[in-house]
Design a protein around this ligand. Structure first.
Ligand SMILES: Cc1cc2nc3c(=O)[nH]c(=O)nc-3n(C[C@H](O)[C@H](O)[C@H](O)COP(=O)(O)O)c2cc1C
Length: 469
């Protein structure tokens, strides 16, 4: 596949791109990614560089863009023998959903190549402070800023000294001095270098400055015959520490989010039940996206065939009554998203034993209405979440019915979707959403349920931030 760099664009296009990137606080490369993603999703982002004017849209875009999930990692690879493990670290960070960008010090390039790091990261690795090309495209200040976390692995004795002293005579030093993002160090060095007073003094200074440290571990060094404290933490340990720091840096950090997901099952007798076709994919994706954005998430789920999203408290329920009770127990919450497809009715009298055929006579099942979980929580006088969001799965007059539902249920937002069988939304992997608020309707392009979740989380973070202003 042919590749194109920002540098190869013509000057006018580059100027427009720079303007747009600056407006959104992104690097030019990240801006291109956003544009391509929007184009792939069917939006007309390539024709004009201006985002389409939102017609009568009252849901405000955040003043400064908030990433739905903080996942950009700038990995600085220092010149230690453990640098080879940093290539594995790139993969592990990516497995956790991070987008990784690499800087290699001059010494690091004696151990691993920028080509290998760049190939694994999916973006060229940066090496030189005085490279006019990268300074124009990205620049060391952008490298320092366009990330959610800086990881230094291996953090050499020399890099620790440089950071503690505030030196900026190479790209790694300049970026580390210029960044205002959290920094995680994975020191790796010979045990005597680690124990040296200067190293310990530098480390104490860095910890006092707010830098976090993972490792070093004790064990055999890469150098033959050397052992002790100084071995770099394993890539999985560094990735886990990075993931925890990313969550803490997320826009929903410090908030509690309740999500309901999946269908409910209403028993007829001990072996039969009434259910629906909800897969739980959308609700689970929302719970996962909220957790990735740093929220403390409780997921109340009906019976689904999905793995539990990592790092989330999951309460499994069957019936609507159980779901309501679990949702109430999960309060207080800052935000509640009711994505579950709750049965409207349950069987009035559940058979104690298996119901038998009645010699050809059809059996009538008397149904009673289930509690309305969304309306119950939305109408709470005390302990109502600040943002209550419902879903409206409709097959006709999607927007009109959803508007009516918004008013009737007393929630803040409704996400409406057309679940007619031909849309394939029930059980499928994509969704087409209309976000309905008290004052506006906003139609989102068809996109994956994961992207819907991320867009929703971005909106939630912006709304909570607006509330604070
Ligand atoms: C074979 C070899 C292995 C090295 N391993 C380490 C190491 O594990 N940790 C360390 O702090 N320095 C190590 N050094 C020394 C650093 O490479 C040296 O201090 C260099 O200046 C570090 O540059 P940087 O911090 O800009 O990457 C090693 C040097 C050599 C020749």
């Amino acid at each position: 596949m042919a590749s194109l760099t920002v540098r190869q664009l013509d000057d006018k296009l580059k100027a427009l791109l720079r303007l747009r990137a600056a407006r959104h606080g992104r690097s030019m490369e990240d801006e291109v990614r956003v544009i391509l993603k929007a184009a792939a999703a069917g939006r007309e982002a390539l024709e004009k560089f201006e985002p389409p004017a939102p017609p009568a849209m009252a849901v405000r875009r955040p003043a400064s863009p908030i990433a739905a999930d903080a996942r950009r990692v700038l990995l600085i690879i220092g010149g230690g023998i453990a640098a080879y493990k940093s290539l594995d670290l790139i993969r592990r960070l990516q497995d956790g959903g991070a987008q990784v960008r690499c800087i290699l010090t001059a010494a690091a390039q004696h151990f691993v190549t920028p080509l290998a790091a760049g190939a694994l990261a999916g973006e060229r690795a940066f090496t030189d402070l005085f490279d006019a090309r990268s300074e124009f495209d990205v620049g060391h200040v952008r490298l320092a800023r366009d990330t959610d976390l800086v990881v230094v692995a291996p953090a050499t004795a020399d890099l620790l000294a440089k950071m503690a002293g505030g030196h900026a005579d190479d790209l790694a030093g300049a970026v580390l001095l210029a960044t205002d993002k959290p920094v995680l160090l994975a020191p790796a060095m010979n045990p005597r270098m680690w124990a040296a007073k200067a190293t310990q003094r530098n480390l104490a200074q860095l910890v006092a400055d707010g830098v976090r440290v993972v490792g070093p571990n004790s064990g055999e060094m890469a150098e033959r015959g050397e052992a002790g404290l100084g071995r770099m933490a394993e890539p999985r340990e560094i990735a886990a520490a990075a993931a925890a720091m990313l969550r803490a840096a997320g826009p929903l950090s410090g908030t509690r989010v309740l999500v309901t997901s999946g269908p409910t099952r209403e028993p007829i007798d001990p072996v039969r039940f009434i259910a629906n076709r909800s897969s739980g994919k959308q609700g689970h994706a929302i719970a996962a996206a909220a957790a990735a954005a740093g929220a403390d998430v409780v997921l109340v789920s009906g019976p689904v065939d999905l793995p539990h999203p990592p790092g989330i408290a999951v309460v499994q329920v069957e019936t609507a009554n159980e779901m309501l009770a679990a949702a109430e127990r999960a309060l207080p919450a800052d935000v509640a998203v009711f994505a579950a497809a709750v049965a409207d009715w349950r069987v009035e009298r559940v058979g104690r034993g298996k119901l038998k055929k009645q010699h050809g006579e059809p059996r009538a099942l008397a149904l009673v209405e289930n509690p309305d979980i969304l309306a119950t929580i939305a109408h709470l006088k005390k302990g109502r979440p600040r943002l209550v969001i419902g879903f409206a799965a409709e097959t006709d007059d999607v927007v009109a019915n959803a508007k009516e539902k918004l008013a009737k249920k007393g929630c803040d937002w409704i996400l409406a979707n057309d679940v007619s069988p031909e849309t394939g939304i029930m059980g499928g992997d994509s969704n087409t959403i209309h976000l309905i608020t008290a004052t506006a309707v906003e139609s989102w392009p068809p996109q994956s349920k994961d992207d819907v979740a991320r867009q929703l989380v971005e909106r939630i973070a912006a709304a909570l931030q607006d509330e604070k202003r």
